[in-house]
Design a protein. Structure first.
Length: 364
C-alpha cells in the first residue's frame, strides 16, 4: 500500500464526516419532537431527521464513483486499516472536544471521558443533535463498508463464483441499516437518547466501533471462497435474523406507540395493559409482557442470523458481532433495572412481579 493510499485512508473518515454533516444540514428533513425534554423550558427537544435521504445520496455517490471508474468498488476494503486508524483518531478527538470543556459531573475524569458530561448536546444553534448525527454517521459508513467489502468478494470470485452467504449477509445488514433510518423517529424514545451522556462510549462508539466492528464478519471472510451450503442453510439464517428483527422492531414500535398514544391498541391487537401507581404507568402487555427487554433478545437473534448467513459457522470472526451484543446488552439491562428501581420505586417492584423475565421469555 502506497503512502498516498495510507494518507487517503486516514483522512477518509474525517472527509466523510464533513460531507455527511453538510448533507444533513442541506437536505430536506422532517422536524419532529422527541421524548427528551429541554431542562430549561420543559418542552420536548425537536430534531431534524433525514437519515434515509443522506444514506441514499452517500450510496449513490459510492455507486457512481465505481461506475465512472473514479475509485474501485472495493476501495474501502483496500484502505480499511488506515481508515480504521483515522476513525479512531477522530473518535478520540471528538471525545476530548465534547467532554473536556463541559462542567465536571463530580466523577473521576476517566469516568467523565468514557461516559460523558453532556446529556443531549445540540450543535450549530440546535440544528444538529450530536447523538442523532453520531448514529447517522455510523450507519452510513457501516453501509459503505459492507458494500465495499462485499464488492471485494465479488471482485475476487466473480458473480458466478461468489458465495451466496456474502450476498445474503450484505442484504440483511442493508435491511438493518435502512430499517433504523426508516424508523429514525422511534429511536428518539430509546435508552441511548434519554439515559446516556455523550463521551467516549457513544462518540468513539459511533464514529469508530459501529461502522467498522459491525462489519467484522465480512472483514474476516470476504476473501474466503463459497463454503458450498445449499439454499436451506441461508433460509434458516434469514429466518433467525427476521425473528430477531420482529422482536426488536415490534417491541420498540409498541413502546413508541404507548408513549405517544397510550390508550391505543398496538397494531390493533395488543391492548395496552399496565401497572400504575396513580401517576405513572408501565406497559406489561404485548412484547413487553413476555420479558422486560425482549428487544434485546431480538438484537442478539439478528446478530446471530447475520453471523450464520456468512456461511462459515466454524470461523470466529462472524461470531464476534453477536457476542458483542451479549456483552453490551446484559450489563445494560442490569443498569436499566437499577435506574428504573430508583426512578419508580415500589411501582418497579410491581412491574417485575408482572414481568419476571429480564430478556429471554421463560428462561432469563
Amino acid at each position: 500500500m502506497s503512502i498516498g493510499t495510507v494518507v487517503a485512508g486516514l483522512l477518509w473518515p474525517w472527509a466523510l464526516c464533513a460531507a455527511l454533516l453538510g448533507l444533513h444540514l442541506a437536505l430536506p428533513a422532517r422536524r419532529v419532537a422527541g421524548y427528551v425534554r429541554d431542562p430549561a423550558s420543559g418542552e420536548p427537544l425537536r430534531y431534524r431527521l433525514n437519515g434515509l435521504l443522506v444514506l441514499a445520496v452517500a450510496v449513490a455517490a459510492w455507486a457512481g464513483a465505481g461506475a465512472a471508474g473514479l475509485a474501485p468498488w472495493d476501495w474501502l476494503w483496500t484502505i480499511r486499516w488506515p481508515a480504521l486508524a483515522g476513525a479512531c483518531a477522530m473518535g478520540l478527538a471528538f471525545t476530548a472536544w465534547i467532554v473536556l470543556p463541559a462542567p465536571p459531573t463530580g466523577k473521576p475524569l476517566l469516568a467523565d471521558l468514557f461516559l460523558g458530561r453532556l446529556e443531549n448536546p445540540r450543535l450549530l444553534g440546535g440544528r444538529v443533535d450530536a447523538k442523532m448525527f453520531l448514529y447517522l454517521f455510523g450507519a452510513v459508513l457501516l453501509a459503505l463498508n459492507l458494500l465495499a467489502f462485499a464488492a471485494r468478494h465479488v471482485t475476487l470470485y466473480g458473480w458466478g463464483g461468489a458465495s451466496p452467504g456474502v450476498l445474503v449477509h450484505t442484504a440483511l445488514f442493508a435491511w438493518f441499516v435502512v430499517d433504523y433510518l426508516v424508523f429514525e423517529k422511534v429511536h428518539l424514545w430509546t435508552y441511548d437518547l434519554f439515559a446516556e451522556r455523550v463521551g467516549f462510549k457513544l462518540g468513539w462508539g459511533c464514529l469508530t466501533f459501529y461502522p467498522f466492528f459491525y462489519a467484522v464478519g465480512l472483514w474476516g471472510v470476504a476473501e474466503r471462497p463459497d463454503p458450498g451450503h445449499g439454499a436451506l442453510y441461508y433460509v434458516v439464517a434469514a429466518v433467525v435474523f427476521f425473528a430477531g428483527w420482529s422482536l426488536a422492531r415490534g417491541a420498540n414500535l409498541q413502546k413508541f406507540a404507548f408513549k405517544t398514544a397510550p390508550e391505543r391498541a398496538f397494531l390493533g391487537v395488543f391492548a395496552p395493559r399496565t401497572v400504575d401507581d396513580g401517576a405513572r404507568r408501565l406497559l406489561v402487555s404485548g412484547f413487553w409482557g413476555v420479558s422486560r427487554h425482549v428487544n434485546y433478545l431480538g438484537e442478539i437473534l439478528m446478530a446471530t442470523g447475520l453471523a450464520l448467513a456468512l456461511g462459515w459457522p466454524g470461523v470466529v470472526w462472524p461470531w464476534l458481532y453477536p457476542l458483542y451484543y451479549v456483552g453490551l446488552l446484559v450489563p445494560r439491562e442490569r443498569d436499566d433495572d437499577r435506574r428504573c428501581a430508583a426512578k419508580y420505586g415500589p411501582l418497579w417492584a410491581e412491574y417485575k412481579r408482572a414481568v419476571p423475565r429480564r430478556i429471554v421469555p421463560w428462561l432469563y
